[in-house]
Design a binder for this molecule. Sequence first.
Ligand SMILES: Cc1cc2nc3c(=O)[nH]c(=O)nc-3n(C[C@H](O)[C@H](O)[C@H](O)COP(=O)(O)OP(=O)(O)OC[C@H]3O[C@@H](n4cnc5c(N)ncnc54)[C@H](O)[C@@H]3O)c2cc1C
Length: 415
Amino acid sequence: MAARAQTLAAQLARAADDPIRTLVVGAGVAGMAVAEMLRQQGWHPVVVDRARDDRAPGYMLALMPMVDSLIADLGVRDRYLAESVELSRYRLRDRTGREVRTDSLAAVVDRYGDYRGISRSSLQEVLSASGGEVTFETTVAALVEHPEGVQVRLRTAETETIHDFDLVIVADGIRSTTRDLIPGSGPLEKVDTGWGGWVAWAEPTDDDEPDLGEEIWGAGFLLGTYPVKGAIGAILCGPAEDLAAGPQDFVRHVRSQLRTSSPRIESALAAVTAEPDPYYWPLDDARTARWTTAHTVLLGDAAAGFLPTAGIGAGMAMESAWVLARMLAHAPEVGLAALLAEYERVQKPRVEAAQGNSRELARLMFRRSRTLAVVRAWVMRAMSVTVALGPIVRLLQNPPDPERAVAETEVRAAR
Ligand SMILES: Cc1cc2nc3c(=O)[nH]c(=O)nc-3n(C[C@H](O)[C@H](O)[C@H](O)COP(=O)(O)OP(=O)(O)OC[C@H]3O[C@@H](n4cnc5c(N)ncnc54)[C@H](O)[C@@H]3O)c2cc1C
């Protein structure tokens, strides 16, 4: 198990004397990452999550090098490498299953850091390696911000109680409900692709290539297979109305389109049909107009939720958690509100650039037309994965600098 279940009373008692009493809502990728960073800095954030526990098997994540600074600061790199596999190649197949191209990812990996495949549950274990306390089955029922802080009504399985915090970090994911309690977070801008996807764990095959992520961009379907330690994460996507008939029918339809298959493709399709009711993701996203107030901040998917098309949502959530925690270390001297405003100024454009890249890819990937699929395969023959991920590669070329952002905050305050 990743996080350690703790009572709310014990967490609150430890946080009482902190200079910035902090509540983290949501112990997913972003919430756990920021909480553990703050704990390393000597703070005692109170972390709550709606889930009963964190035992869900989760899905596969490909993590790009922007997570490396966080992993290094948490001192968990050895564990991270042990729980993940290196992704060094990407293969694209066309609508019939024929190979379009196979790219080495060395240009990204060697220059900027690690590119790893890991299950979400293993990542949570890595992030919470040094303790990771969470009070489960707890949500925010109400939140009132005032000039000195935030009054929060926490709802546990048994009771509702009111508590004062200086800072609330809202990290409850793409369908955040806590975000709606903050006046001024602004309207949500959403993209709904009209597609959905089933996620399943497939058995690796004997001839499998454990460093290879592979996608079939079909006409009216997409099959992705991505290795993690000891398994292949599979996602089978299609237009929501076509998926309504269920996995058996849709997989039959996909098989009818393929002229070339492989043991990995067969294993992935078998995994999707093995579950009577495989986990279904609606393929939509959301972007919040404003991330911060004087005492609250949206983090991870709650700020900008991602389509999984570029494999970058968790990466950006972890980068944001790292930047935020590093900046917050200076909050007692520099001032919380000014730091939060500066954090939003530097990090929001980065996250939205990555989100924009995911949206562009979705427009290319989620297509029903066969003619378009043929043209797309021709175009993709000339386009490497690093070109397709251009805006994200540019983020890697220009990493964030939280210390500079703190200095900038001080300069602005002095003006
Ligand atoms: C199928 C799929 C594949 C993906 N692949 C990749 C990939 O390859 N690479 C990548 O970087 N990203 C990928 N992503 C995106 C990535 O998973 C997300 O961007 C990332 O998990 C966001 O982290 P988060 O902490 O903001 O949200 P989450 O990880 O979703 O965590 C939210 C947490 O909040 C809790 N919660 C929810 N509501 C409440 C509430 N009201 N009160 C308290 N707690 C609450 C939940 O229980 C959960 O623990 C993928 C996503 C999907 C769906």
